[in-house]
Design a protein around this ligand. Structure first.
Ligand SMILES: Nc1ncnc2c1ncn2[C@@H]1O[C@H](COP(=O)(O)OP(=O)(O)OP(=O)(O)O)[C@@H](O)[C@H]1O
Length: 280
């Protein structure tokens, strides 16, 4: 890890009550500890049902924690609820897999982006809010008139850009990205990952990047944590975890990952070089 941890999980445990009479609760997450540094991207990988989303939900306060702690910039947020939890939204945000579900279809995009800017205590004038929204839209590659349109008038990739813009609107310190590109086709996915990387360089937010896609991990995340049945079985620099996995479970995950398309990879590298040249 580089820098101060902005997010720290310390022996986290999540248990769900069992349905059967007198059955013990089901342990879904057991003794999970890790840190995410400032402006760092840490990937959390594992097969379906290993508990990735549950960890994200526990950090966001969307599922009760049975043991351990979640610390945001050193502050224990494990059991914050109500207003205290809402106040965290300037520092802790999330992007989910399905941009269709995460945007309010009845609100024009400008209103969706204004919401996080206008939470209690905001001193921004109307003109400043408009300016912020125009700036956010520009940063995520959408035209300024997008503010007046509704989510249904955008493609899946554009909708995810709107969800990303909303998540970074207040420059949070940590963003939980739960499979944010899984619903997108490969090219749109690459563009969304480039956008997330660019926003991280600009705003300095850290990402906990939840994915089952090991092909994405190596390029996008500095470190990777491997989760098996609710426990971390391996962690290390992403290149090492993907290329020289130590744990048998990680080796199985790597073996099952689709081989990245070399033509597409070359094209992406060229696009990035062109973009860097264009932006100086
Ligand atoms: N509300 C709940 N009540 C009981 N069990 C649950 C609940 N939510 C999740 N689980 C169980 O917890 C385990 C972990 O689920 P989770 O969604 O965190 O896995 P995941 O790794 O994110 O999977 P996927 O990649 O398929 O999204 C699963 O066995 C799931 O059935």
């Amino acid at each position: 890890m580089t820098g101060t941890p902005v997010l720290r999980l310390d022996g986290l445990a999540v248990r769900y009550p069992s349905r059967g009479f007198r059955r013990p609760p089901t342990t879904v997450i057991e003794d999970v500890s890790f840190e995410v540094g400032e402006a760092e991207t840490v990937a959390l990988v594992g097969e379906s049902g290993s508990g990735k989303t549950t960890i994200g939900k526990a950090v966001l306060g969307l599922t009760p924690v049975s043991g351990g702690r979640v610390l945001l910039a050193g502050r224990d947020i494990t059991r914050l609820t109500g207003r205290a939890r809402r106040l965290l939204s300037s520092d802790l945000q999330a992007i989910f897999q399905n941009p269709y579900g995460s945007l309010n279809p009845a609100l024009p995009v400008g209103r969706t982006l204004a919401e996080p800017l206008l939470t209690s205590g905001s001193t921004l004038s109307r003109a400043e809010v408009h300016e912020h929204i125009a700036d956010l839209l520009r940063r995520v590659g959408l035209p300024e008139d997008a503010a007046g349109r509704y989510p249904a008038q955008f493609s899946g990739g554009q909708r995810q850009r709107i969800a990303i813009a909303r998540a970074v609107a207040r420059r949070p310190r940590v963003v939980i990205c739960d499979e944010p590109t899984s619903a997108l086709d490969v090219t749109t996915q690459a563009a969304a990952l480039d956008l997330l990387a660019e926003l991280q360089r600009t705003f300095g937010c850290a990402y906990l990047f939840i994915t089952h896609d090991l092909a994405v991990v190596k390029e996008f995340a500095a470190r990777t944590l491997v989760l098996q049945r609710g426990r971390i079985v391996e962690e290390g620099p992403s290149a090492e975890v993907c290329e020289r996995p130590r744990h048998a479970y990680t080796r199985r995950l790597v073996a099952a990952a689709p081989v990245p398309d070399p033509v597409l990879q070359r094209r992406r590298r060229q696009e990035r070089t062109d973009m860097r040249a264009a932006t100086g």
